[in-house]
Design a protein around this ligand. Structure first.
Ligand SMILES: NC(=O)c1ccc[n+]([C@@H]2O[C@H](COP(=O)([O-])OP(=O)(O)OC[C@H]3O[C@@H](n4cnc5c(N)ncnc54)[C@H](O)[C@@H]3O)[C@@H](O)[C@H]2O)c1
Ligand SMILES: O=c1ccn([C@@H]2O[C@H](COP(=O)(O)OP(=O)(O)O[C@H]3O[C@H](CO)[C@@H](O)[C@H](O)[C@H]3O)[C@@H](O)[C@H]2O)c(=O)[nH]1
Length: 447
C-alpha cells in the first residue's frame, strides 16, 4: 500500500487516482476547485464516464479514496505526488503550463519529507526539469530531497477505466533507477507492460503517440476525400489497408475529423515544440490543416443536397466529440452548428449525454430534444456528428416517415449504403458514393 496524492481531479486525475485506490493504495485526490471537491465528496461525478461513479463510491466507502481542496495538506500526507492538472492550448497554440507550474510551487512549499513527484499531465519536453527547478526554488526545508518522474497517461474518454486497468504500456521516464522502480511497482497490479526510459523521451512518447494517431485519422480522411471523387468506398479501402499487419485496422475510421481535449491541442503543441527546436514539422502542420477542413465537408454536402440553408430545419444528431462522453472540447459540433445558424437554418439538436455541457458552449438559438425521433420530426435534413448508440440503432423506417425530406448527411459513416437506399433515404456520407431511393449517384438529388 502506497500513499499517493493526485493534484487535479479532471478526467485523468479522477480516473487514475480511483484506479490506484482500486488496486489497494491510499489515494488523496485534491483540486483547487472547491465546488468540484464538494460534489465529489457527495459522490457526484462531474464528468460522464461509464463505471466511474460506482468505482469512486466503492473506494470512498472502503476508505482508500479521499477528496480535498486543501492541496498543501494533501501533499504533506503522501510520499508519491502525481501532477494531473490541465495543459490546455494557449492562444498561440502552445501548451499552457501555468497549472503545472503552480502545482510544482505548491509541492515545493509543502515538501515535508522525501517524495517522488510524478508528472502525468501531457507536457512539453523539458518540463520535468522545470518542475524540479520550481520545487527546488520553493522548498521550505532545504535539506529535503525529491525525485521527478514522467509517467504520461494514455486513457481514452469513454473507456477510461478499462484503459487505466489494462494499459498497453506504462511509460516511466526517470533519471533515478530507485524512483523508477517505485513507480513501476505501483503499476504491477495493472495488466500492463512497463517501459522505462529517460525523462525527455517519456515526455516525447506521449506527444508522438497522440500526433501519430491524429496523423492516421487525417490520412484516412484525405483518402476518403479522394475516394469520393474517384468512385471508391473508404470503408473497404480502410479494411483492405488494415489487413496488412504493418498498418493495422485501428484509427482508420474516416469522418469529420478528430476533436476532444487531446488531439487538437497536442498536435498544435508538438508543432510548436518542433518550431522552437528549429524544425519545421510540415507533415504535422498538414495533419492539423486537413483536420480543420474536414469538419466543414458537412457544409459542402448540405449545399450540394439541399442548396441554401435559409429557413431550413436541420436535425443535428450528436454534439459530444465522440460517443460515451459529455466532453465538448473541440467537438466538431462547435464549428458546424454556428455555421448552420449563420446560414439561416434552425438547429434541432439531440445528444444523449452532452446537452448540459453543450448548452454552455453553443449559441442559445439551438433547440434541444430528448430523443432522435423528436429532433428529426419535421426536419428538412438530418446531420450526424457523433456515432452514439441511439443514432446507430435508430428506426430508419420511422425516421424516414417523420422527416419532411428524407435526407441524411452522415459525418461518421454510421450506416451501409444499401440499407439507406432500401430505406428510401438520400444519403451522403464520407468517402463513399451518395445514394438515393432511385439508386447510387455520385451527384446527389436536389429538391
Ligand atoms: N482528458 C483525457 O482524456 C486525457 C488523457 C490523457 C492525458 N491527458 C492529459 O492529462 C492532463 C489533465 O487532463 P484533464 O482532461 O484531466 O484536465 P482538466 O482540465 O479536465 O482537469 C484539470 C483539473 O486540475 C485542476 N487544477 C488546476 N490547477 C491546479 C492546482 N494548482 N492544484 C490543484 N488542482 C488544480 C483544475 O481545477 C481541474 O479540475 C492534461 O495535460 C491532458 O493533456 C488527458
Ligand atoms: O478512427 C478514428 C478514431 C478516432 N477518431 C476521432 O478522434 C478523436 C479522438 O478519439 P479517441 O482517441 O478515441 O479519444 P480521446 O479520449 O481523445 O483519446 C486520445 O487522447 C487521449 C489524451 O491524450 C489519449 O490518452 C488517448 O490515448 C487518445 O486515444 C475523436 O473525435 C474521434 O471521433 C476518428 O475520427 N477516427
Amino acid at each position: 500500500m502506497r500513499k499517493i496524492t493526485v493534484i487535479g481531479t479532471g478526467y485523468v486525475g479522477l480516473v487514475s487516482g480511483t484506479c490506484f485506490a482500486e488496486v489497494g493504495n491510499r489515494v488523496i485526490c485534491c483540486d483547487v476547485d472547491r465546488n468540484k471537491i464538494e460534489r465529489l465528496r457527495r459522490g457526484e461525478i462531474p464528468i460522464y464516464e461509464p463505471g466511474l461513479e460506482e468505482l469512486v463510491a466503492k473506494n470512498m466507502q472502503q476508505e482508500r479514496l479521499y477528496f480535498t481542496s486543501e492541496v498543501g495538506e494533501a501533499i504533506e500526507a503522501s510520499d508519491i505526488i502525481y501532477i494531473a492538472v490541465g495543459t490546455p492550448m494557449s492562444d498561440t497554440g502552445e501548451a499552457d503550463m501555468r497549472y503545472v507550474m503552480s502545482a510544482a510551487k505548491k509541492i515545493g512549499e509543502h515538501l515535508n519529507n522525501r517524495k517522488i513527484i510524478v508528472n502525468k499531465s501531457t507536457v512539453p519536453v523539458g518540463t520535468a526539469e522545470l518542475v524540479r527547478e520550481v520545487v527546488q526554488a520553493n522548498k521550505k526545508y532545504p535539506w529535503i530531497t525529491f525525485d521527478v518522474v514522467s509517467n504520461p497517461e494514455f486513457l481514452r474518454e469513454g473507456s477510461a477505466i478499462s484503459d487505466c486497468m489494462n494499459m498497453d504500456r506504462a511509460v516511466i521516464g526517470s533519471d533515478n533507477a530507485e524512483a523508477a522502480k517505485v513507480i513501476a511497482e505501483l503499476h504491477a497490479p495493472f495488466n500492463t507492460r512497463i517501459f522505462t526510459t529517460d525523462l525527455e523521451s517519456a515526455e516525447m512518447i506521449k506527444y508522438a503517440a497522440n500526433t501519430f494517431l491524429a496523423t492516421k485519422i487525417s490520412f484516412i480522411n484525405a483518402i476518403a476525400n479522394v475516394c469520393e471523387r474517384v468512385g471508391a468506398n473508404v470503408i473497404d479501402v480502410a479494411e483492405g489497408m488494415g489487413l496488412d499487419s504493418r498498418i493495422g485496422n485501428k484509427f482508420l475510421q474516416a469522418g469529420i475529423g478528430y476533436g476532444g481535449s487531446c488531439f487538437p491541442k497536442d498536435t498544435y503543441a508538438l508543432a510548436h515544440i518542433a518550431d522552437k527546436a528549429g524544425y519545421d514539422f510540415e507533415l504535422l502542420k498538414s495533419v492539423i490543416k486537413t483536420n480543420q477542413r474536414q469538419r466543414f465537408i458537412i457544409m459542402d454536402k448540405l449545399r450540394e443536397s439541399v442548396g441554401g440553408l435559409a429557413g431550413k430545419q436541420v436535425a443535428v444528431l450528436g454534439l459530444a466529440f465522440k460517443p460515451n462522453t459529455d466532453d465538448m472540447r473541440y467537438a466538431p459540433s462547435l464549428s458546424i452548428i454556428p455555421e448552420l445558424l449563420k446560414q439561416g437554418a434552425s438547429v434541432r439538436a439531440f445528444d444523449p449525454i452532452a446537452v448540459e455541457s453543450a448548452r454552455r458552449e453553443l449559441p442559445h438559438e439551438v433547440q434541444y430534444f430528448k430523443s432522435v425521433e423528436q429532433a428529426v420530426a419535421g426536419s428538412d435534413v438530418c446531420v450526424i456528428l457523433t456515432e452514439w448508440k441511439d443514432v446507430l440503432d435508430m428506426d430508419l423506417d420511422l425516421i424516414r416517415q417523420i422527416m419532411k425530406h428524407p435526407i441524411v448527411i452522415d459525418g461518421r459513416n454510421c450506416f451501409d449504403l444499401q440499407t439507406m437506399q432500401r430505406s428510401g433515404f438520400e444519403y451522403h456520407s464520407i468517402g463513399r458514393a451518395s445514394v438515393n431511393a432511385a439508386g447510387r449517384d455520385r451527384h446527389s438529388v436536389n429538391f
